[in-house]
Design a binder for this molecule. Structure first.
Ligand code: ADP
Ligand code: MG
Length: 252
């Protein structure tokens, strides 16, 4: 990266503890703008914690995080975040269109309610994710994949410069997975930076161009050819991946 290019995300020495668990230890990396990056690592590696700590939802023991060269407070409105499905209250009595419109609130002055322009944006976003036929449905009545698409639409209307997703592909059908991957590419092509926690190593090459490998500590960050290598995957997953792929037979 040349010196005049400010990274989309710059993390230095980020450490997070939950009582007795050290979730992140001295994590640091720079992610260039316009990257489409997968955060990869085994269960409990601190992937969700990294996103939450970067966004200030949980306190860090140490560390500095900058977005586009600015502290979080100055960049917050340029960032869209979609948490893991399990962390969203799906019983909230709200329909699909309202859910998507919520994504636009940060752009409106507090006295203004969403109007025609916001509605148009929301409907366009729902069309982009193939959910235009579900506008009036309660969010809780949708399937997991449909809910995930609605939250993708909600992120889209934010017209953010940086999108952060936590396992958006978990529990969705193949069609939804393709739709989400397509939206990621489109966002990147339109100039945004996209970062997504991803658990399926077999689709990293197809869906992403950068990888951030994590196992409490940073293992690698960079373009796939540099960061998503057998050596770094081995360091992140160790014997568990070898066992999964039946490579552990030699007891090496
Ligand atoms: P990942 O998303 O990579 O699976 P997490 O960031 O969710 O990992 O968790 C990292 C570690 O921190 C795990 O050991 C997990 O059990 C622990 N942890 C996560 N959230 C909490 C919490 N709220 N309280 C205590 N420990 C937590
Ligand atoms: Mg997680």
């Amino acid at each position: 990266m040349s010196a005049d290019m400010t990274p989309a995300i710059s993390v230095r020495n980020l450490s997070v503890r939950y009582r007795e668990t050290e979730a992140l230890n001295g994590v640091g990396f720079d992610l260039p703008e316009h990257a489409l990056a997968a955060i990869i690592g085994p269960n409990g590696a601190g992937k969700s914690t990294l996103l939450k700590a970067m966004l200030g939802f949980i306190p860090a023991v140490s560390g500095e995080v900058r977005f586009f060269g600015q502290p979080l407070a100055a960049a917050r409105r340029e960032i869209a975040y979609v948490p893991q499905r399990a962390e969203i209250d799906w019983d909230f009595p709200i329909d699909v269109l309202q859910t998507v419109l919520l994504g636009r609130l940060a752009h409106l002055p507090f006295w203004r309610r969403p109007g025609k322009a916001e509605r148009k944006l929301a409907l366009d976003a729902l069309e982009a994710v193939g959910m235009q036929a579900f506008v009036d449905r309660p969010i809780r009545a949708l399937s997991g994949g449909q809910q995930q698409r609605v939250f993708l639409a909600r992120a889209l209307v934010q017209e953010a410069r940086l999108y952060l997703f936590d396992e958006p592909f978990a529990g969705v059908d193949a069609t939804t997975e393709q739709a989400i991957a397509q939206v990621f590419r489109q966002l990147r092509d339109e100039g945004a930076t996209v970062v997504s926690v991803h658990h399926d190593l077999s689709t990293v090459d197809e869906y992403f161009d950068h990888a951030i490998l994590l196992k409490r500590e940073l293992i690698a960050c960079g373009p796939l050819a540099q960061a998503f290598t057998p050596a770094s995957i081995q360091r992140a997953y160790g014997g568990r991946l070898a066992a999964l792929h039946g490579m552990a037979e030699g007891h090496g």
